[in-house]
Design a protein around this ligand. Structure first.
Ligand SMILES: Nc1nc2c(c(=O)[nH]1)N[C@@H](CN(C=O)c1ccc(C(=O)N[C@@H](CCC(=O)O)C(=O)O)cc1)CN2
Length: 281
């Protein structure tokens, strides 16, 4: 039997029409004000510029505004911290997105953590992560939260399942593992020093590829009937998992493109609308 496609593109589009109505309602209630997402792009990485542009466009599609901040590749940590401080104090800004990666001289963790919790709609602060991991209220990190929203939408059962997350990055693998744990999965986190990765992947009822290497996870490692989530996107339109050979073997999978990527942006926008509602509504 062929696998169910967990279609992030269509779910994101469907959610955008709901968000458009919510923003419209907010405008009426607040005398024409809209939620505003500040996007910060540091340096000239073309892929990052594309993603930030996509985020600005998504804001406009739901009737929100974005405030695009662009800083040169010579930016220092202090300069970026000063900009984040300014945005934290700006009452018209409801969310702040600092695009990753920043140039190497910048202390990215310090800058992420400088974002005020109530404006951390991308879910990148340690405080937000800690609160989420403890089951407290916080905006989830955009990509793993987008994956959780997609699993929920498509009715994928998580409780009691063995979830294997391959990757442990601060804005993907680690929060992904905690979110799955919060939903009562039994979670294994694998990384570059994991021994016998194929054997662990083979145990996954839910497999998340978050390793950042093209087709690193091979189709023949994957258990028959697994739910396969590919959070990678690489040139040539491939993800972290050898997906082409899985369309029959998995029970469900996220395509690349059109799976996790659109849900990342949609979750950022969703959480920005929520933040706008908290302060304008
Ligand atoms: N501060 C952050 N930085 C980064 C994040 C993040 O969530 N927060 N994630 C990635 C990049 N990213 C968003 O920033 C991102 C990557 C890919 C996509 C996407 O929609 N991809 C499409 C295909 C791309 C295309 O058509 O050109 C897809 O998968 O269908 C969205 C967002 C790193 N940085």
């Amino acid at each position: 039997m062929s696998a169910q496609v967990l279609d992030g593109k269509s779910l994101a589009a469907q959610t955008e029409s709901e968000l458009l109505a919510r923003v419209e309602k907010l405008k009426q209630k607040s005398g024409g004000k809209t939620p505003i997402l500040a996007t910060i792009l540091v340096g000239d990485d073309p892929a990052s510029a594309t993603y930030v542009k996509m985020k600005g466009n998504a804001c406009r599609r739901v009737g929100m505004d974005s405030l695009a901040v662009e800083m040169p590749s010579s930016t220092t940590t202090e300069e970026l911290l000063a900009k984040i401080d300014e945005l934290n104090s700006n009452p018209d800004v409801h969310g702040i997105l600092l695009q990753h990666p920043v140039p190497p001289q910048v202390d990215e963790r310090a800058c992420f953590d400088a974002i005020a919790l109530e404006k951390d709609v991308d879910g990148v602060t340690c405080l937000g992560f800690g609160r989420m991991a403890m089951g407290e209220d916080a905006y989830g990190c955009a990509t793993p939260q987008g994956i959780m929203r997609m699993l929920d939408h498509y009715g994928v059962e998580i409780e009691g399942k063995h979830a294997v997350v391959v990757g442990r990055s601060p804005i993907l693998g680690k929060p992904m593992a905690m979110m799955l744990l919060q939903k009562n999965a039994t979670v294994t986190i694998c990384h570059s020093r994991t021994r016998d990765l194929p054997a662990l992947v083979a145990q996954a009822d839910i497999l998340v590829g978050a390793v950042g290497k093209p087709e690193f996870i091979k189709a023949d490692w994957v258990k028959e009937g697994a739910v396969v989530v590919d959070a990678g996107y690489h040139p040539g339109g491939v993800g972290d998992i050898e997906l082409s050979a899985l369309t029959e073997k998995a029970s469900a999978y996220t395509p690349v493109p059109g799976g996790v990527g659109p849900m990342t942006i949609n979750t950022l926008i969703y959480q920005s609308v929520e933040s706008g509602e908290k302060s304008l509504g």
